[in-house]
Ligand binder design. Sequence first.
Ligand code: FPP
Length: 251
Amino acid sequence: MAELASASHNVVALDPSRLPTHVAIIMDGNGRWARAQGKSRLFGHDQGYRTLKNIVYAARDLGIRFLTVYGFSSENWRRSAEEVGGLMDLMLRAMRNEIEELVQNRVRVRISGRLHELPPDLRTELEVAMERTRHFDGLIFNLAINYGGRAEVVDAVRSIAKRVQKGEINPDTIDEQTIASHLYWPDIPDPDLLIRTAGELRLSNFLLWETAYSEIYVTPVCWPEFTRDHFVEALLDYQRRVRKFGAVPEE
Ligand code: FPP
């Protein structure tokens, strides 16, 4: 915390009692940032990995409980074979490089997405990371890989339908809680704050069910240049919001 305070002039303005429990991030702009300086898109993703590491430990230092980041969407397979292969290699390398430090810091790793469609070596590495950290109680770092918000709802509906077929669920009793409890990680609360870097104003199929009442913060800063200071700025902006959840706030 002392390190963070010295690195960030505005961290002292944060109210520790009103931090978001769950922050979700769409880490956008790696490609644009790299191309703007004549570098390859993969160079941008490499820098994006450094930013991600920095923000994971910033979240941990600040006492955020859950951090979910969009690493690879179910639509990202449409990119060139070179970029998809480079991203798969980068995620494999990152997991292998970071696992010991994550364990030392008691960060619990979760993965959201269709793991079975990933290359087997990456899938194994991700499963090992989840297994090795599953008893930890620090930051829960949820990495969305081969993730789509609609696919997640489809997967939930399929598992509910199977349980209906077995007679375990009465269709007339299905409600929002039934759906929520069949999503990938029912024990992770909905994000309070969704951050998107690089300026686009869309959800891009990220956490569609879970972000129903999330506060959205968009910054023009591209992900490779997003710092701890920018992160704290987003948290400060969140703390200035009045959350209503559809109700009228008291005077
Ligand atoms: C969006 O930028 C970013 C991605 C599709 C990949 C995110 C990956 C990282 C941050 C790398 C590290 C990840 C892990 C899990 C180690 P973009 O390429 O869509 O940027 P653009 O919109 O400028 O083209």
